[in-house]
Write a protein that binds this ligand. Structure first.
Ligand code: KG4
Ligand code: ZN
Length: 339
């Protein structure tokens, strides 16, 4: 059996064809980075309009590459929470229309759970139970994942997501959008100890993050509160590299510290990490060292499955098997709705 998964929660229009054995027959991702670059962040209205133009060609291409005809599909899956309202609606309407016209069952995908499921897709075997860490542009959270259907929230950011902090700090440093890869590249030549940035909550018991103050700390290190306009400040390449490396190290310290604390709290022996920030080389390296120290297994999604994609929509097979089908009045839920 094979299903078509559609993803349009933020600024990637993506579709994939996945078998019930979790074999990926095709995966197509149309990124909108070039459209949002000049604004240094995702503009929701532009994202929704771009999805509208791209979603059908992306679906067509996924079916063509998989050599699957629409009527040969056994189900249509779509990420309907969380995400940007306008973006979610485009994918949802495409999925509903296909499900209705083809007479196929409709399945809902929770985008955050799917980010963790990216680890299951790449592992090729069961990864549950596990601690799940999602580090993306919109979310930074820790879950106890007893199964693919049971995610218990353990903690997360109380303000900005890690990816958002990467994007905002990159903008301050005059680096391009998306900020994560740009900071990571700049940091390679920098000294992570050049600036002592804060590590919020690192010594607390809570499994939470806060990246907003860290962002402000970088801002004031570039120029004090009395100088609001950063564009007039000329940073040398070395200054940018040191700031990027020190910022990245502070974020990584927080993420690694809390991931290990979550393993200890839950007594689980496995950590699955997904989301765009999981593509960060330094984070991957430090997670690997830290999990080895506590003798836990680490599964980080492969780079291509860290940022948004439809392959992780393979999680929909779990709902298919449980008979959890949706009616055509399935709604988009921008705020996270558990299902
Ligand atoms: O998961 P994703 O594609 O979208 C959301 O669901 O939010 O994550 C996008 C985020 C962006 O903030 C981007 O800057 C960040 O992931 N990112 C990275 C790296 N690659 C992407 N952050 C740090 N290091 C990277 N190499
Ligand atoms: Zn995402």
């Amino acid at each position: 059996m094979q299903l078509l998964a559609i993803e349009s929660t933020c600024d990637e229009s993506a579709a994939a064809v996945i078998t019930d054995q979790l074999e990926v027959l095709s995966s197509v991702v149309a990124s909108q980075d070039e459209l949002h670059q000049q604004f240094q962040g995702v503009v929701p209205e532009i994202a929704a309009r771009a999805h509208l133009e791209r979603i059908l060609p992306v679906v067509d291409e996924a079916l063509r590459r998989a050599r699957v005809k629409p009527r040969q599909l056994d189900a249509i899956a779509v990420a309907n929470t969380p995400g940007l309202a306008g973006s979610l609606l485009v994918g949802l309407m495409a999925a509903k229309t296909l499900a209705m016209c083809l007479g196929k069952p409709l399945l809902a995908v929770n985008h955050l759970h799917a980010h963790i499921y990216a680890c299951r897709m790449s592992a090729g075997e069961d990864v549950f139970p596990t601690v799940g860490m999602i580090v993306s542009g919109g979310h930074s959270s820790l879950y106890r994942c007893s199964s693919a259907a049971e995610f218990e929230y353990l903690g997360g950011t109380i303000d900005d997501a890690a990816g958002e902090a990467f994007d905002k700090v990159a903008a301050m440093l005059g680096l391009p959008y998306p900020g994560g890869p740009a900071i990571s590249r700049a940091a390679a030549a920098g000294d992570p100890r050049a600036h002592a940035f804060p590590r919020p909550f690192l010594k607390d018991d809570r499994l939470d993050f806060s990246f907003s103050g860290l962002k402000t700390a970088v801002r004031y290190r570039i120029a004090g509160p009395g100088r609001p306009d950063l564009s007039s400040i000329d940073l040398s390449e070395k200054e940018v590299a040191d700031l990027a490396a020190s910022f990245q190290e502070a974020v990584v310290d927080c993420l690694v510290g809390k991931a290990i604390a979550a393993l200890q709290r839950t007594q689980l022996r496995r950590l699955c990490v997904g989301g765009g920030v999981a593509a960060n080389g330094r984070l991957r390296e430090r997670l690997s060292e830290a999990t080895a120290e506590v003798d836990a297994q680490l599964i980080v999604a492969p780079i291509a499955l860290c940022t948004d994609n439809a392959v992780m929509g393979g999680i929909a097979w779990e709902r298919f098997r449980a008979g959890q089908f949706e009616s055509l009045d399935l709604d988009a839920h921008p705020g996270l709705v558990r299902h």
